[in-house]
Design a protein around this ligand. Sequence first.
Ligand code: PLP
Length: 384
Amino acid sequence: MKNRQLSPATRLAQALRYLDNETGAIVPPIQPSATYARAADYSERKSYIYRRDSNQTTDHAEAVIADLENAADTMLFASGMSAASAVMEALPARAHVVAPDVMYHGVLQQLQKHHALGRLDVSFYSTGDLAAMQAAIRPGETALVWVETPNNPDWDVTDIAAAARIAHDAGAKLFTDCTGTPPCCTRALDLGADISFHSATKYLNGHSDVTAGALSVRETGTWWDEVFHIRKLQGTVLQSFDAFLLIRGMRTLMLRVERATQNALAFAAHFEGHPLIERVLFPGLPSHPGHEIATRQTGGLYGGMLSIVTKGTEQTAIDTARFCEVFYPATSLGGVESLIEHRKTVSGEGFKVHPNLLRLSIGIEDVDDLIADLEQALTRATRG
Ligand code: PLP
């Protein structure tokens, strides 16, 4: 049976049906070598020369993601930030970039820094607003349109197919960051994106024990070669031990995302309209303004990321996070364990974030335990 005929769940569970024909092993090995000896005629035996180029374990993890993304090629980096930074660095000097004003704060900071130093010319649009995106684009000049959907930490939704049409009509490439809904939910390249990015630290790995970033493209070419060159010279390739863990994590991606989605739907429905909560931000809720687009883009697999805005003061929100006993009071997302964080404390000053916003990564635990935990924390925090 051809691999393509099998469903993504099957291909993921078997890591593309890895099988070592010599030994029968069904788990891809870790190749830790930092250097590779040449053949007797001094040619390269395979394409490996040195650890900064790549290694076969990382190549295998890249193949799993490329398959899931329907990509021409995928490159893995040592973190999401190093992958996103490589894209920025591969752009020509002073290239025009259009980016959302509310997005993951690290990427936003990096774009702001490139702009302030005159390396890139960045125009910001209100996240999710396609008219504002279009107004910010300079036809024939804009090189890249950046989309983060759903965006972190508000979980606003951007229509990827519509954004791709707008970008392409102006001669620009579309970059998507869909970290909150991994490629088993949202296949951004199929929706029209040119570059699909994921912080693989999150859902793709799923066990909070690796940092990694994935870039996948519909077409390779000189620009893609330049990204490879940057990764090689900066030594930001994903290392083989981490690639091994990532492959292991991705085998259960489908199950984990299904369970997180199921939990988040029940959790959000429970807390929507709660007397101690101002708003629940979750695209899976029918009342969410981006619900219809999110359903179309994810096939109903919304993932487990949501935020709540608590009533009361900023301290009430901080205390709620502090008093949780099942949720870990930690940053990051997409792992099997549930996390809660007061976003303003973590992102710091200078970012547009509601002072009472708590970001929750809903994991795969029993949802009744998660609901009971937030209930008791809210009650304690409100009592003062
Ligand atoms: N993009 C988004 C949406 C994120 O949430 C994060 C991290 O939280 C990143 C990018 C950066 O990824 P990493 O932490 O793997 O460097």
